[in-house]
Design a protein around this ligand. Structure first.
Ligand code: NAD
Ligand code: AHE
Ligand code: ZN
Length: 368
């Protein structure tokens, strides 16, 4: 079949809208019509050329929601018309990683996914017979996609696609990092570096669990108002203080119980660790840093009890946790609507990247 998609031909170049050939679902695979997709900073990171796994030409996008159109042989858990969210972190429930119950990083299809291919080693997308690569196993910048059954979360059918697509990455990443990775407790002091599409979800989850001080750090002064609306109690603009770490330590009487780095900058990653409380403070890295970047700190920071952790997709097990997060949104426990600042047609998808780079948008959602 044919599908309309935004194709990234090479790094740094705008996406172009193309008619792409899509071959149908094979054993264990599902054809999905994507109804809406968010644009995450990670899409921009890969498009910029800084991602060591970035392959071109590819169809980017990993924050979608849609409807099952057809299923391949052997698919048991999904049927036509089911509503789904594609998962860049699948959940096979059979691999060593899934069975460990210690991580959400299912590895069942990770190696082919990182090469832009389906699990059988081929691409389903092509133009004039030349393959176009998949991205993060999802490629939600295409109206139709083929994905393995294990990479789809079935969600309730009354959830609006243009909102819950954001649960495909940003909401789950931020909320999950608080609930599943850090397990923040009521009364904790929390610091969030970067108040964008991820950091604001960290803030709303910190408020949800009853955190005491919630300190937000951002260079963009426009982020203060929306972050306060979501639960931030104190705002620090690094441009206005001599030393960000000292400022946080003073505000929290010794340091944060939990900090979250939601930028992808190795300098702020170090600050996020070093602003944590001696003896127990935990810093969670969410931001994705470019190829070749390394983090540094004095080992004494760890010897004296601070903990450095990372979180991918918020530590969420997609098929299990994503439907619950959709329920929380539908029950009014999570605010997604106010974070979706722009809606675009696929033809205007490049504007979504411009809005992100200029700091004007929190999340842009593309509607098919
Ligand atoms: P975003 O562009 O919406 O937000 C980034 C925010 O950081 C902006 O508000 C910006 O003003 C601020 N910022 C930039 N540089 C800063 C600095 N030096 N000091 C203070 N603030 C600064 O991005 P996003 O979509 O929220 O993504 C944030 C990061 O998280 C990216 O690196 C993205 O790749 C990563 N990410 C990781 C996961 C994961 O599973 N680990 C999931 C999604 C996104
Ligand atoms: N290809 C990148 C990996 C970047 C990365 O860490 N991705 C996150 C999701 S970001 C979503 O917006 C992730 O899930 N990582 C775990 C994994 O297995 O990729 C690089 O830098 O190499
Ligand atoms: Zn993302």
């Amino acid at each position: 079949m044919k599908t309309k998609a935004a194709v990234a031909w090479k790094s740094g170049a705008p996406l172009t809208i193309e008619e792409v050939e899509l071959s149908g679902p094979r054993e264990g695979e599902v054809l999905v019509e994507i109804k809406a997709t968010g644009i995450c900073h990670t899409d921009y990171y890969t498009l910029s050329g800084a991602d060591p796994e970035g392959i071109f030409p590819a169809i980017l996008g990993h924050e979608g929601a849609g409807v099952v159109v057809d299923v391949g042989p052997g698919v048991k858990s999904l049927k036509k018309d089911d509503h789904v969210i594609p998962l860049y972190t699948p959940e096979c429930r059979q691999c060593k990683f899934c069975l460990s119950q210690k991580t959400n990083l299912c590895q069942a299809i990770r190696s082919t996914q990182g090469k832009g291919l389906m699990p059988d080693g081929s691409s389903r997308f092509s133009i004039d017979g030349k393959p176009i690569f998949h991205y993060m196993g999802t490629s939600t910048f295409s109206n139709y996609i083929v994905v393995p059954e294990i990479a789809l979360a079935k969600i309730r059918s009354d959830a609006p696609f243009d909102k819950v697509c954001y649960i495909g990455c940003g909401v789950t990443t931020g909320v999950g990092a608080v609930l599943f990775t850090a397990k923040v407790e009521a009364g904790a002091n929390v610091v969030v570096f970067g108040l964008g599409g991820i950091g604001l979800n960290v803030i709303q989850a910190a408020k949800m669990v009853g955190a005491d001080k919630i300190i937000g750090i951002d260079l963009n002064p426009e982020r203060e108002a929306i972050a306060r609306k979501f639960g931030m109690t104190h705002f620090v603009n690094p441009k206005n203080v001599d030393n960000v770490v000292d400022t946080i330590i003073q505000l929290t009487d010794g340091g944060a119980d939990y900090s979250f780095e939601c930028i992808g900058n190795t300098t702020t990653m170090r600050q996020a660790l070093e602003c944590c409380h001696k003896g127990w403070g935990q810093s969670i890295i969410i931001g994705v840093a470019a190829a070749g970047q390394e983090i540094a700190t004095r080992p004494f920071q760890l010897v004296t009890g601070r903990v450095w952790k990372g979180s991918a997709f918020g530590g969420a097990r997609g098929r299990t946790d994503v439907p619950k997060i959709v329920d929380w949104y539908m029950e009014g426990k999570l605010n997604i609507d106010d974070l979706i600042t722009h809606k675009l047609a696929l033809d205007d998808i490049n504007q979504g990247f411009d809005l992100m780079k200029s700091g004007e948008s929190i999340r842009s959602v593309v509607m098919y």
